[in-house]
Design a protein around this ligand. Sequence first.
Ligand SMILES: NC(=O)c1ccc[n+]([C@@H]2O[C@H](COP(=O)([O-])OP(=O)(O)OC[C@H]3O[C@@H](n4cnc5c(N)ncnc54)[C@H](O)[C@@H]3O)[C@@H](O)[C@H]2O)c1
Length: 256
Amino acid sequence: MGMRLEGRTALITGAAGGIGSATALAYAREGADLCLSDYADTGSIAAEVEKLGRRVVEVDADVTDRDQVHAMVATALDAFGRIDILATIAGVQSLGGAENLDEAEWDRVIDINLKGTWLCCQAVIPAMREQKYGRIITIGSNVVAIGGNSRPWLDRDEQLGSANVAYGSSKAGVHAITLYLAKELAADGITVNSVAPGPVATAMVKKVRPGVLASIPVGRLGKPEEIADAALYLAGELTGYMTGGILDINGGRNIA
Ligand SMILES: NC(=O)c1ccc[n+]([C@@H]2O[C@H](COP(=O)([O-])OP(=O)(O)OC[C@H]3O[C@@H](n4cnc5c(N)ncnc54)[C@H](O)[C@@H]3O)[C@@H](O)[C@H]2O)c1
C-alpha cells in the first residue's frame, strides 16, 4: 500500500503546538507536502518535515487577521498550486468560572478559536471548489458535549482550573461551522469534519486537577499523536463518504 497522502498538500494552522506539530508529522510521513502556519515559530517542525523528504513552507500568520489568513493561503497556493487539506488547529485555552470571566477574555477566545477557524475555512473554499476536492479538518472539543470539564457541584474550585464557558462556546461554534460547511461544500467533493478531543497532554493543559483525570474512563490524558491520527484519517481519500462528522477522541468521557 502506498502512502495515504502521497501527492497531496496540506495547510496546517497551530503547527507549532502539540497537536498541530503531531498532525504535521503524521501528514508528512504519509507523503503530504506542507504549509505550516502559526504565530509561534515552526522552524523545528519544518526541519523534521524536510528530513522526511517532503516540501515545506512556513507562514507566520495570526488566524484572527483576515489579511494574514488570505496571505497564508496565497503562500500555500504559490508554493504547491493547490491545497488539498486544511487542518485548523490554532487555538487558545481559557480557564475559570463564568461569574468572573471578563468581556475582553471572552472576545479574545471567541476571536481566535471561532473567528480564526472561520476565516481559514472561508479562505480555502475558492481553491478547493475549483479543484473539486478538499478535506477540511477542524478541532472542536469534548467540553461542548459535556458542558465543561469540571464538576463544580462536587468541588467549586475545580472550575478554576478547567476550560471556561468562552472556550466551550467557541468550540461549539467550531462544531457548527463544520456542519454548515459540510452541507454547503459536499457537492464539490469537499468534506468537512471535526475532531473533538478530551484532555490531551500538550502545553495547553498545564495542570490537570484530579477531578478531571477521574472523569476519563481510560484513566489518562490523550497523546497529541492520538489526535493527529484522527486528523490523518479525516484527511485521507477513503473518507469521502464522511462529512459533517464530529469524531470524539476522549478516553470515554462522553459516556454518561
Ligand atoms: N490539549 C487539549 O486538551 C485540547 C483538547 C481539546 C481541543 N484542543 C484544541 O486543539 C488545538 C491545539 O491545541 P494544543 O493542545 O496543541 O495547544 P498548543 O498550545 O500546544 O497549540 C496551539 C497553537 O495555536 C497557536 N495559536 C494560538 N493562537 C493563534 C493565533 N491567533 N494565530 C495563529 N496561531 C495561534 C499557538 O501559537 C500554538 O502553537 C486547539 O484548537 C485546542 O483548543 C486541545
